[in-house]
Design a protein around this ligand. Structure first.
Ligand SMILES: NC(=O)c1ccc[n+]([C@@H]2O[C@H](COP(=O)([O-])OP(=O)(O)OC[C@H]3O[C@@H](n4cnc5c(N)ncnc54)[C@H](OP(=O)(O)O)[C@@H]3O)[C@@H](O)[C@H]2O)c1
Length: 340
């Protein structure tokens, strides 16, 4: 079988701040943070090279992943490809001298500037392709955040602005100060909240959408069962209500729906999950993460699998018959997201 090469492109945002990227991106986070055991650094770097060689041009990281080590990995791994790939990163958590103050936010202009300077070093780039606010900081008006990123863009340190997990009004207010290229929020067949109020605003303003955890942290890939044990030191699925053994046992009915749909079409459950969201809008670019070449190839092939509107409806209607057990976030983390 020939190697899958990702030739399809999609555009996030419009006009001066638009960004053309591969139709599917790559989430770097889980390579060394929050997704349990992982291969050694040399293997991870080789996998990043494989992704770039296969045509992936959008790679996603954040200062808080690790903290810092995930940006460092992306910076080192993608350095040979820096002229043809984009690395997006995020600010907004309180991290001082490499120490993460869990749950504390800091989108003060001074901190945004500090993160920009440090991320440029770790990513080994001259300008950050897309700089997202990771979580809304109630202490800093979104206009001040957007204004600070606008200034960084004028200074040439950042190219574009993004937001994560925000509601419609915040998007409008930010966009009025500095056009937003993309909003990145959780979105998959088990979490579709964004369709209600956020998608109409994105459509209206011409902003792209980057679904994070598009496989619901691996769950929709089908390899997780009630007997799966998550690494207590490096896997946040331990803390998520949807990943208790009881919730997993109940929610596996959704994976069965995806398997049944894929069986007649030669698609795996992960491919069904990704193809579904790519069929929803042309301005959606998912960023599944993996530590395995086989999964990278499987995910990349999704870009060539098209679902018709009737198939999308069939899938949604079959999934809607399953009652999902467990919240997506514990209360402390849910408080940090808007509109969902
Ligand atoms: N903005 C935010 O607040 C936010 C929050 C969370 C994540 N993110 C971003 O979103 C990216 C992806 O999110 P995520 O890692 O949480 O979730 P995800 O992409 O939904 O799932 C990743 C998990 O799925 C498994 N997987 C990947 N492809 C598979 C396949 N074809 N079949 C079966 N399993 C497969 C991976 O395991 P293997 O390694 O075994 O393949 C990995 O553990 C992150 O890297 C990060 O950049 C952003």
């Amino acid at each position: 079988m020939s190697l899958p090469i990702l030739t399809r492109r999609r555009t996030l945002g419009t006009g001066q701040y638009s960004m053309e990227v591969s139709a599917l991106g790559f989430g770097v986070m889980g390579m060394n943070y929050n997704r349990g055991p992982h291969p050694d650094r040399a293997e991870l770097i080789a996998l990043l090279h494989q992704a770039a060689e296969r045509g992936v041009t959008l790679f996603d990281t954040a200062q808080v992943y690790g903290p810092l080590i995930n940006e460092e990995l992306a910076g080192e791994g993608l350095y040979p490809y820096r002229d043809r790939v984009s690395v997006t990163t995020k600010f907004g958590h309180r991290i001082v001298d490499g120490k993460y103050f869990e749950g504390e936010l800091d989108s003060s202009p001074a901190n945004i500037r500090r993160v920009a300077e440090e991320s440029l070093q770790r990513l080994r780039v001259d300008a950050i392709d897309l700089f997202y606010q990771h979580r809304l900081d109630p202490a800093v008006p979104i206009e001040d955040v957007a204004g600070t990123v606008r200034d960084l863009i004028r200074e040439g340190k950042v190219k574009r602005f993004g937001l994560c997990e925000v509601g419609a009004q915040t998007i409008r207010r930010a966009h009025a100060v500095q056009p937003v290229t993309a909003v990145q929020s959780e979105y998959h067949l088990m979490w579709r909240e964004q369709e209600k109020e956020v998608f109409p605003v994105l459509q209206e303003l011409g902003i792209g959408f980057v679904p994070y955890s598009p496989l619901n942290r691996g769950f929709l890939g089908g390899g997780i069962t009630e007997y799966t044990r998550f690494d207590s030191g490096n896997d946040n699925r331990n803390t998520l209500p949807r990943f208790t053994p009881e919730a997993i046992r109940a929610n596996l009915a959704i994976v069965e729906v995806l398997n049944a749909f894929g069986r007649t079409r030669g698609m795996t459950s992960a491919q069904v999950a990704l193809a579904w969201m790519m069929a929803k809008q042309p301005w959606i670019v998912p960023i599944p993460g993996t530590t395995k070449l086989a999964h990278l190839d499987e995910n990349i092939r999704t870009a060539d699998l098209t679902l018709t509107p009737a198939e999308v409806q069939e899938l949604e209607s079959n999934v809607s018959r399953v009652r999902i057990v467990g919240d997506r976030y514990p209360a402390s983390q849910q408080r940090q997201v808007e509109g969902g």
